[in-house]
Design a protein around this ligand. Sequence first.
Ligand code: DAH
Length: 345
Amino acid sequence: MSTERIVEIGEEGKKAFASADSEESLRELEVRFLGRKSELTGILKGLKDLSPDEKREVGPLVQGVRTVLAEASASAKERVQRESRDWEAERIDVTAPGMADPLGHLHPVTSIINEVEDIFTGLGFEVADGPDLESDFYNFEALNFPADHPARDMQDTFFIESDGLDQRYLLRTHTSPVQIRYMETHTPPFRIIVPGRTFRNESTDATHEHTFHQFESLVVGERGDVTVGHLKYVAESFFSEFFGRAVTVRLRPSYFPFVEPGFEFDISCVFCGGDGCPSCKGVGWIEIGGAGMVQQKVFEAAGYPRGKYQGFAWGFGLERLAMMKYRIPDTRSFMGGDLRFIRQF
Ligand code: DAH
């Protein structure tokens, strides 16, 4: 066996792999130089017939040449693949306009809630919440609406089928039940606001919707520490900041079972500043919601001793604030599901 021939095969093979220009020609070269019927394989198979001295010489040489050719084949393969790639087809036009990912955004009511929360947390308030599905106890009873009391008719209620339950359940008609829930687990002094969804079983029009939002506020301290004056001050601070102009608050005597005294709550017209305009129907005031000093019966229902604490509470419709701020004429737009409306915000 001539070792020159083995070296020669190595040289031939290297040259052949180096000039291969297609995957097909590569496959042929692999068969020719490394395949089962190749000359090298034949030499390897014939090793067993050689003398020990020849084996020592030829064996490592054949193996070495095989390794060199296997490497030559691998790098030729890589080269051929690289060269045959259609680079033109893969060209990326970095100057082409991009495709914008569609981005969602907050619902206007959510934005308003965030804004309200920001202002109140700045005033030292905490944000509390409670369930949409309430019991009669929290929505009415504990707020001093006795069973069969006509005051319950003030709020048209969606009742839930409650057969076999401990009491009647309903969709909360206001955020006031959270007053009770919060007081059950906290001791005064505290200041909270409660933004949340509320429901009324009534026919809808431009100013009424069956599903809407309110935000409640409750400030409680030791007896004598929290007065109507504080209520007025906090309310004026909030509305002035929310509407970005000086706003005055006016309280008119009214009745809500859970406050005494109770008030109807007006703010000076945010459009004309109180001079009178079409938005306030010429009177200079806009009705906003209800407020008052917390009834001692409500404190008792929450487990507080009678006469120890004093506090104020209010409840407003959030949509109404948004309607004024953004001049939205119909409250049904918020929950109506028309995205053309939502996308304006
Ligand atoms: N919960 C009342 C409603 O929805 C509004 C209200 C009135 C809330 C007086 C209060 C309050 O906290 O003191 O009509």
